[in-house]
Design a protein around this ligand. Structure first.
Ligand code: FAD
Length: 486
């Protein structure tokens, strides 16, 4: 069932067991899992079926620290959420990403990759993925990994008909959950604004904010402030440990043989470090995106190198005209360390049209981020040279530790952390089942629960976690219904 607003939904008299807030990949995936177990669920979606400027305005905010995207540009407030403009790059986080790293504080999830692996077959169906191939070792330091360029499923398109026909899912559009109310043990209701006015408080047995990796923090911070800690009783880490994937062109490579690594359909290949290399170099995970350049790129690089690295230029030109060499841009996207001083806060001055504080995002890259970029490119260059595959030129600004360029991609539009998963109440917000510490009926979906960010795009892992959470909650609800029956 799909309703245009809350009034139409209320008139129907549908009583949800679970209220999901947000209809992006996380919310829709969890709703479908619950519906498969015949559990009635309402998805309250603030936006409309399609994009509107009015809805998008609620996403405005400010950033303090490093240059970042406008907060109303880096996400979409409509049915399907950011899946309406995501690029479709898919990979599940590495096993090593879930492990604690002695050289980086506050790493280590309370779950392992093996906890989400049972759901990967479902994830493939949901995201229309072909099977992943295994990583291949290029050297002791570098893995050749795969990111699948998927068809970028738009959840609003792929699942619209299924949801419309479902008797277990009620998708309610134009329904802004402005705050959750709670007594420190349970959420008692969700305050609703829809069809241009307040609609009172909606209730269910369970509540799941799935409003995206920035908005989950905002909704919970605001709800907690309004309820004097009644929604997130252990709120020390709320909004904190926010992470992105910095993304910059860090250099170039020239390859002896253009077919050394099989390129994907968009002429790209990806390389990451081994766990041993990360530990030895005391760095984080990274993904080097090897993007083939046209022939004139090789000539340009050779000319550049002739001034600064004549031996390498000589090596390159000796092959030109004979065995044509291949050049590539090396765009690096990498893991950011989880830090309490990168955080989502409620603005003290800026509010949306309903008077709710907008986001003030505090975000900075630190020394470890630079070390990861520089040492990662160096490791990749050493691997190519040792194997006789090619040479790498690292960009001057990286070598000289100059400020990051401001005219590049900057980051991945990947919003992670803020309600991170963990056992330590002071450093996390949700437990291993994504349930808010100390609350009986409040779970959080999406990448805000990521404890660390890994290096790869987040949505495949978000969907896997959402399948796991949907499964867990469906089992919990079914078991408690059986107990109630005696
Ligand atoms: C340009 C771009 C490219 C990207 N490319 C990739 C990629 O290639 N690979 C990848 O893995 N990821 C990519 N991403 C990230 C990906 O889009 C997100 O990881 C994913 O959409 C997150 O899903 P989600 O369901 O957690 O949140 P969202 O998709 O953000 O959905 C949240 C939903 O909640 C709704 N909502 C918000 N607040 C409220 C409220 N208070 N009440 C009711 N509803 C509310 C919103 O309207 C929205 O529908 C990209 C993102 C962008 C912006």
């Amino acid at each position: 069932m799909i309703f245009d607003n809350y009034e139409a939904f209320a008139a129907k008299g549908f009583a949800p067991k679970v209220i999901i807030i947000g209809s992006g990949p996380a919310g829709v995936t969890i709703a479908r899992k619950l519906a498969a177990a015949n559990i009635p669920v309402a998805i309250f979606e603030a936006g409309a079926a399609d994009y509107t400027d009015e809805s998008q305005d609620f996403y405005k905010g400010t950033t303090v620290g490093d240059p970042y995207f406008e907060l109303d540009v880096t996400r979409l407030r409509q049915f399907g959420g950011c899946s309406n403009h995501w690029a479709g790059w898919c990979r599940v986080m590495d096993a090593v990403d879930f492990e604690p790293k002695a050289w980086v504080p506050d790493t280590g999830w309370p779950i392992r990759r093996s906890d989400i692996e049972p759901f990967l077959e479902e994830v493939h169906d949901i995201l229309d993925l072909v099977p992943f191939r295994d990583d291949e070792l290029v050297s002791d330091d570098i893995r050749w990994v795969q990111l699948i360029k998927s068809p970028a499923v738009r959840f609003s398109e792929k699942y619209r008909d299924e949801i419309a026909a479902s008797q277990s899912i009620a998708l309610v559009l134009d329904t802004y959950v402005t705050e959750l109310q709670g007594d420190g043990k349970k959420v008692t209701g969700a305050k609703i604004w829809s069809a241009g006015k307040e609609q009172g408080v909606a209730t269910a047995d369970y509540y799941l904010p799935c409003t995206g990796g920035l908005e989950n923090s905002r909704l919970l911070l605001w709800s907690n402030e309004r309820s004097n800690g009644g929604v997130v009783p252990h709120a020390e880490a709320l909004g904190k440990y926010w992470m992105e994937h910095p993304q910059f062109e860090g250099g170039n490579a020239i390859m002896e043989n253009e077919n050394q690594f099989e390129m994907d359909e968009v002429s790209e290949a990806f390389f990451s470090p081994t766990g041993e290399a990360m530990e030895r170099e005391q760095i984080l995970n990274f993904g080097i995106r090897f993007i083939k350049m046209p022939y004139h790129g090789v000539k340009w690089l050779t000319a550049e190198l002739a001034c600064v690295a004549p031996e390498t230029a000589e090596w390159i030109s000796s092959g030109l005209g004979g065995n044509l060499r291949c050049a590539a841009q090396l765009v690096v996207g990498w893991e950011q360390s989880p830090r309490a001083d990168n955080f989502v806060a409620l603005s003290a001055t800026e509010r949306d049209d309903l008077g709710i504080p907008r986001i003030e995002l505090h975000w900075k890259k630190r020394e470890l981020e630079h070390r990861t970029l520089l040492n990662g490119l160096r490791l990749f260059g050493e691997t190519l040279a040792d194997k006789g595959y090619g040479r790498v030129r690292i960009a001057d600004w990286v070598v000289n530790n100059e400020p990051y360029p401001t005219d590049q991609e900057l980051a991945g539009h990947h919003h992670m952390g803020g309600t991170r998963m963990g056992d330590d109440l002071a450093k996390s917000v949700v437990d291993l089942h994504q349930k808010v510490h100390g609350m009986d009926n409040l779970y959080v979906g999406g990448s805000s629960v990521f404890t660390t960010s890994g290096q790869c795009n987040p949505t495949t892992t978000i969907v896997a976690l959402s399948c796991r959470l949907g499964d867990h909650l469906a089992r919990r609800i079914t078991q408690s219904a059986m107990l109630d029956k005696g």
